[in-house]
Design a protein around this ligand. Structure first.
Ligand code: RB5
Length: 145
């Protein structure tokens, strides 16, 4: 998983998991771009969804991770941006499947929904699973047209 750059962002509701995930990624030699938020003060999740999406669209980052209380606000916000395929995953099967079939470029997580160690497992699977291409590419192309 090295040579990978991950852009990560959260609102206040996802701040603690953002910090834990950053530590975990760095321990695995993954480059991290932390777009904020930088404290637990109340803030607006669309701001950070946009910042992470921009890092992916500009190719500064290979993948993105967004965390809020539920993961839902982040996934709604990120999926409004053309070229972004954001997947809200709270189980490991979905994390693998969305990479293999949807070539998702952002993982969304809800800090108030799942435990930290499950979140870290989901992150690992999301980052290590390859897109299968083929018929799945055809379907992704249909999303953009
Ligand atoms: C913030 O309280 C909360 O609404 C936000 O983190 C997120 O869950 C929105 O979808």
């Amino acid at each position: 998983m090295s040579n990978l750059t991950v852009a990560i962002g959260s609102d206040h509701g996802g701040f603690d998991y953002k910090e834990s995930i950053i530590k975990h990624l760095k321990a695995n030699n993954i480059n991290v771009i932390d777009v904020g938020t930088y404290s637990k003060e109340s803030c607006d999740y669309p701001v950070f969804a946009k910042k992470v999406a921009e890092k992916i669209l500009s190719k500064e980052a290979d993948k993105g991770i967004l965390i809020c209380g539920t993961g839902i606000g982040m996934s709604i916000a990120a999926n409004k941006i053309k070229g972004i395929r954001a997947a809200l995953c709270h189980d490991t099967f979905s994390a693998k499947a969305t990479r293999a079939h949807n070539n998702s470029n952002i993982l969304c997580l809800g800090q108030r929904v799942i435990g930290k160690y499950l979140a870290l497992d989901i992150v690992d699977l999301f980052l290590s699973t390859k897109f299968e291409g083929g018929r799945h590419q055809r379907r992704i192309d249909m999303l953009e047209s």
